[in-house]
Design a protein around this ligand. Sequence first.
Ligand code: ADP
Ligand code: MG
Ligand code: MG
Length: 246
Amino acid sequence: MIKITDLHAEIDGKEILKGLSLEVKAGEVHAIMGPNGAGKSTLANVLSGNEAYEVTKGEVLFEGKDLLDLSVEDRAKEGLFLGFQYPVEIPGVSMINFLKIAHAEHRKYRGLEPLSASEFLKLLKEKKALVEIDSKLTNRSVNEGFSGGEKKKNEIFQMAMLDPKLAILDETDSGLDIDALRIVAGGVNKLRRKDNATIIITHYQRLLEHIVPDFVHVLADGKIVKSGPKELALELEEKGYDWLTR
Ligand code: ADP
Ligand code: MG
Ligand code: MG
């Protein structure tokens, strides 16, 4: 699904990613953990195409295509979903209308006509039920005045509607409360399939009690310094990161 090889990236001339390699296959959920400032959010930003970051070396293949060559929009249309990428607030535009347009654009990219109104409504209903979001939220302006938990719910709903091949969710700095944690975990678990994949960035072991990852990686000082099975998260909870970074 995605193959990252020896990725180096900098911001303001400061190197943050220092030779990061990672491969994620279809059907897998990977967790990336690591100390603050390690470069976790930088990785998510670089993959999303945030222009503030400069890739100085390395390669990212997404389903065999050179991801770094694609525009931000095309990355999304190729099936990459970044949890934080969507507009924070869009006053006057309901979630439904926003998604109708985004959904049609994604289909157009694949040479498909937009869904008919009734097909779209059917899909909407199905996905609303799946992520347990109600019309009170989907009819409101995108994220306007939403609580943290409601924003998370929205994000998972967007993900369900756009049905990405690879979702990258950076939960590190979002201050997940119990409610938001449950929403994110529930969404990821329900949307998990053999033909898609998820990278979840977190430093909460707690989240990984709800989303059981296939692999856990530790990102420290711009590189993956350790990878292991889900039990690695427990070991990190117990021992911290120092033993890996000394
Ligand atoms: P993490 O998500 O693992 O906590 P980040 O990727 O946010 O780490 O940050 C990695 C390093 O890059 C930190 O030292 C941080 O200060 C620096 N950094 C991140 N974003 C910027 C930025 N926009 N400008 C300058 N430095 C940045
Ligand atoms: Mg941080
Ligand atoms: Mg971060």
